[in-house]
Write a protein that binds this ligand. Sequence first.
Ligand SMILES: [Zn+2]
Length: 258
Amino acid sequence: MPELPDVEVFRRYCARTSLKKKISHVSDVDGQILETSESTLRRHLLDNEFRATARHGKYLFLEISDGYQLVLHFGMTGHPEYFSKEAPEYTRLAFQFGKGGLAYVCPRRLGNVFIAESIESFVEQKGLGPDVLELKKNEFVEILENTSGMAKTALMNQGKMAGIGNIYSDEILYQAGVHPERQVQSMSGDGLQNLFNVTGRVLETAIRHHAEPEEFPERYLNYDRSEGRKCSICSGEIKKKKVGGRPSYFCPRHQKKQ
Ligand SMILES: [Zn+2]
């Protein structure tokens, strides 16, 4: 599922390909992914253009020239794709620019498309916490000091901080040497500050490598997300276990539970 680094890569892609181009048609509309009516969608988009991009957590915002926001969430498998002739397979919504267009591609139809009055109103309506990369160290520490439960679950709680999902929570905890089941309340101030530093580093590194795990440094867990392989940090072995209902990978040797 696209998480913060993936969506940031999508944002930059849309900014590069799809701004300031008049939308002449809205096509390939699949009602299943729409969180607004098709007529509302057309009213906001036809003959307008995208003029800016933004991201909050796992949501991508394309600012429409009428002041509203087109909001894209990518479900398990979605991504935006610029096309020069025909919209690609599994397109669930396409914006035609006359020459070329931007497609919202979503094979499993688990994504969602919204129209919002503003980013702030959308974030509030969805009950999202601040974007993780916008947090300062003291804010990050304070949020976790006021969160109970396991470290992995806390990092993934979108209402506390938005952007981290199953893949990157594993990576952050692996790099920080924290067991995914460790109770957040048992972590020291230094431990939480270190977690903040590692979180920023992991997310920025992933973005720099286009959120493609095969391009990640070899010491990264997700460079080779598989059970039984040798840990790249110590001599332990990677284990797989459900944590908070999600399949999690970690090294029980260097990731400390307390
Ligand atoms: Zn290890």
